[in-house]
Design a protein around this ligand. Structure first.
Ligand SMILES: Nc1nc2c(c(=O)[nH]1)N[C@H]1C(S)=C(S)[C@@H](COP(=O)(O)OP(=O)(O)OC[C@H]3O[C@@H](n4cnc5c(=O)[nH]c(N)nc54)[C@H](O)[C@@H]3O)O[C@H]1N2
Ligand SMILES: Nc1nc2c(c(=O)[nH]1)N[C@H]1C(S)=C(S)[C@@H](COP(=O)(O)OP(=O)(O)OC[C@H]3O[C@@H](n4cnc5c(=O)[nH]c(N)nc54)[C@H](O)[C@@H]3O)O[C@H]1N2
Ligand SMILES: [Mo]
Length: 770
């Protein structure tokens, strides 16, 4: 028996390994893991959904590239040996680049993959394609695309808001009132891209709950604020936060509480914004009465919130979810304006917080180090898309898209390659994505499981889990480094991403460049040693690789607990200018105004979202669907595992619904229902919950898409994947981010026999070859 350390995005573990099997995963560093995933990790390791051998889609194998793309997701597979699979894969890369150029290969490959610096699927695939002549990439993240684009125009870059996010420590000590738009969901704070040493959020939330600070959660769902916080819940119609913020700003301005000295010294453009706020430009004062109509809140509630803003040190907190909606740039911009009007930006515990509790690291009061990574090299191809424009690109080769002041022309993609992400989880309007997905000649996927992305591929290459390889788990957002040790031999014929790509590189003649002559251990040492040098530069000391590996984990020494986001700017705005054009906070942006997009003016303005509870479409689709992050898994990862399957209702993804909405429709707790709109339909299992406001239903993302008729264009999803319902529309022409949180649906009892869920079964096989 041996005890070895391992880690993943949701925690660090001590594994008990006996006779080549992992018997148990125990928390390595802390027991406070409210979303412990160990059971799911273990029971999916060798489950029926695990991909054991390389496989090729039958029509593609028989007819060659470009054959029956519409059958992707419906065709059976033929299992092949590795040489055959790699010959086909490398052959396609070569054919496409010769015949069409590297601009015909899309390898943006967005997704979270697994923790571990070396076996990081995105680094590996991008390194590979850079050496193969380049690929079309994607920019920005599904998480916060709109924020990434708007924030640098008006205040600072998103990365800065993450690594300098006010720490829990600072909030507990200094914040008197926090207005948390979108809440501070504890479930989300349990994970971190790259790994988590000790989960800190829950303890801090308890501490803050016991302190004197007042926490107000503004959200359609009550448990977006952890019980520990003892917070007040103020329900709001989804996607109307901007109107509430405007009304709060209106109250500050009209009662003489706006900090004009701050606006004068640190901001530009308030003079242009103020007439809009007061209604002088459009005849509509953005008053509490005006906002009450839009938000569904009472005038009194809005006035009370405005009063609360005079309660001492005030923090405006914006969840990332706010900007994954139509015109999602706007509440972010207005959140900044509101904080500026309060004049506390740069003071401890005051100002603005972005993405607090969205992940473990934001708020985690720990030291940060920029760790070394696998070098990916330079991409010779310039073409790119905003990440969520994938279906648009595939459907409209040669078409254009506006993005942040420029016009992008969509390349004509012949080959798509994904490693470490699941667009059939993450993208909106899956029926549309399936149409788009039928277009390319060839789709290559490196996956662990027969999940929907693997099923929609032509060439499927089975990949190891982190338990089957050696690696290092680190992230800039946590103080811990954990040795991820190989616990077991690869399951079936699974290979590491690096080894798969090395096999193709060998066929294409650049194996040595790809590997630099290094094996796994050499790479780990190289990454560690380069990180050690970087640590030295920032006053940290890392042990030698051997010492670290032997010990299994290492904690960096402590850092400042009070970060004072934008503190230097506040101290001296002339010397520490922001990187905005004016060097100040831009309440009015000439740059954005200059783009001439009617949906985004030069300052924040309210416009009704394309779908919302106050609009006309509510006659047909009267419920707003919140498809938020799942508590029981990470996106679609480990949906086949015990932890996630335990939560299913009638085998379907649970959908929470207010009892009043259910009663109107004759729906009871535990019923299987049909959720639908013009874009699609899925089944789900109902959980009644008065913590979801009336008019709203909440169905988390990540149930493996399970089309009932996979050869039909608009199939019912049997399992409860909300992305058959969401719209594939960019937030605006500014960022073109995903707008998943803008979505109306109707719900009805699923009368009669309902098809059983087959998402976790392997696909059909039509034999095997060599
Ligand atoms: N409706 C709706 N949709 C959303 C969201 C929403 O709020 N609502 N949120 C969006 C957000 S914020 C995000 S970040 C995305 C997340 O979207 P993704 O990051 O694409 O989702 P994951 O399920 O994490 O996909 C990772 C995939 O990589 C595989 N994998 C894991 N480790 C490895 C590895 O080492 N190698 C390889 N080759 N594969 C590996 C897993 O099996 C899994 O299929 O979803 C977005 N989609
Ligand atoms: N357990 C777990 N944790 C995760 C993830 C996971 O898959 N599982 N995913 C991680 C990833 S990739 C990301 S990007 C972060 C995402 O972090 P967030 O974007 O903050 O996460 P969400 O869960 O989508 O949204 C949080 C809450 O915002 C509320 N909300 C939605 N729309 C609106 C609105 O218009 N107005 C208001 N006021 N509230 C609204 C919803 O009620 C929702 O529960 O989470 C990370 N954490
Ligand atoms: Mo995300």
């Amino acid at each position: 028996m041996s005890e070895l350390t391992t880690a993943n995005h949701w925690g660090s573990y001590r594994a008990i390994v006996r006779d080549g099997n992992v018997q148990e995963l125990k928390p390595l560093l802390d027991a406070d893991d409210v979303s412990d995933m160990s059971a799911s990790i273990l029971d999916t390791l060798d489950c029926p959904a695990r991909i054991k051998r390389p496989a090729i889609r039958k029509s593609w194998l028989e007819g060659g590239p470009g054959t029956a793309g519409h059958l992707r997701g419906a065709d059976p597979f033929v299992e092949v040996d590795w040489d055959t699979a790699l010959d086909f894969f490398a052959g396609e890369v070569d054919r496409i680049r010769k015949d069409f150029g590297n601009e015909a290969i899309f390898a943006g490959s967005y997704g979270w993959a697994s923790a571990g610096r070396f076996h990081h699927a995105q680094s590996q695939i991008h390194r590979f394609y850079n050496m193969a002549g380049g690929y079309v990439k994607s920019v920005n993240a599904y998480s916060y695309a709109a924020a990434e684009v708007i924030l640098p125009h008006v205040i600072t870059n998103l990365r800065h808001t993450m690594v300098q996010a006010p720490s829990w420590h600072e909030i507990a000590e200094h914040t008197d009132v926090m207005l948390a738009f979108g809440g501070l969901p504890l479930k989300n704070a349990q994970i971190q891209n790259g790994g988590v040493g000790i989960h800190t959020a829950r303890d801090w939330m308890s501490k803050m709950g016991q302190g004197s600070g007042r926490f107000i959660g503004i959200s359609p769902v009550r448990d977006d604020m952890a019980a520990e916080l003892g917070a007040e819940w103020v329900p709001i119609r989804p996607n109307t936060d901007l109107a509430l913020m405007l009304a709060l700003a209106y109250c500050l301005e009209t009662t003489g509480r706006a900090d004009h000295a701050f606006l004068e010294r640190y901001c530009t453009g308030y003079d242009t914004f103020r007439p809009y706020l007061l209604g002088e430009t459009d005849g509509i004062p953005k008053s509490p009465a005006w906002a009450a109509e839009i938000t569904g809140m009472s005038v009194d509630t809005i006035n009370d919130l405005a009063q609360a803003l005079s309660g001492g040190r005030v923090m405006i907190s914006l969840s990332w979810s706010l900007q994954r909606s139509d015109r999602g740039e706007q509440p972010y911009w207005m959140g900044v304006v509101l904080a500026a009007m309060l004049g506390q930006i740069g003071l401890p515990g005051g100002g603005i917080a972005i993405g607090l509790a969205a992940e473990h690291g934001n708020g985690n009061p720990e030291t940060q180090l920029r760790w070394a990574a696998v070098p990916t090299g330079r991409n010779p191809v310039d073409a790119f898309i905003p990440v969520a424009r994938i279906a648009d690109m595939l459907l409209n080769p040669g078409g254009t898209c506006d993005y942040n002041g420029r016009t992008i022309t969509y390349p004509d993609i012949k080959m798509v390659h994904w490693a470490g992400g699941n667009p059939f989880h993450h993208h909106q309007d899956l029926n549309r994505l399936r149409q788009a997905w039928a277009k390319p000649d060839t789709v290559v996927v490196q996956e662990i499981f027969w999940n929907p992305i693997a099923r929609h591929a032509d060439i499927v290459l089975p990949v190891t889990t982190p338990l089957e390889r050696n690696d290092i788990a680190v992230t800039q957002m946590d103080a811990w480094a954990v040795a991820m040790k190989k616990l077991i031999e690869p399951v079936g014929e699974a290979r590491n991403d690096h080894d798969i790509l090395r096999g193709a590189a060998a066929r294409l003649g650049f194996e040595d460049a790809f590997t630099e002559g290094r094996g796994e251990e050499d790479w780990l040492r190289d990454i560690w040693d380069r990180s050690r040098q970087e640590a030295g530069r920032v006053g940290q000391e890392l042990p030698s690789f051997d010492e670290f590996w032997e010990k299994g984990s290492h904690k960096l020494s402590g850092g400042p607990h009070i970060r004072r986001f934008l503190g230097e700017f506040r101290d001296d705005p002339d010397r520490n200018r922001l990187k905005t054009p004016s060097g100040k906070i831009e309440i009015y942006s000439e740059t954005i105004a200059g783009f001439g997009y009617e949906e985004i003016a030069g300052h924040p303005t309210w416009q009704a979202p394309y779908e919302w509870l106050g609009g006309e479409t509510t006659a047909t689709y009267p419920l707003h669907l919140i498809s938020n992050q799942p508590k029981s898994r990470l996106h679609s990862q480990l949906d086949a595992g015990a932890g996630s399957r335990r939560t299913k209702i009638g085998g379907r993804e649970p959908m929470r619904m207010n009892p009043a909405d259910a009663a109107k429709r004759g729906i009871s707790d535990g019923d299987v229902v049909r959720v639908y709109n013009d874009r699609g339909a899925c089944l789900a299992g109902v959980a009644l919950d008065d913590g979801v406001m009336p008019g709203v239903v909440q169905l988390a993302t990540g149930a493996w898409y399970d089309p009932d008729a996979p050869d039909q264009p608009d199939s019912l999803d049997r399992h409860g994947n909300p992305n058959v319902l969401t719209a594939d529309r960019g937030t605006s022409r500014l960022a073109q981010g995903p707008s998943a949180h803008t979505c109306l649906v109707e719900v009805a009892p699923a009368n009669g026999a309902v098809p059983s869920v087959r998402a976790f079964d392997p696909p059909d096989f039509a034999g095997s070859r060599a």
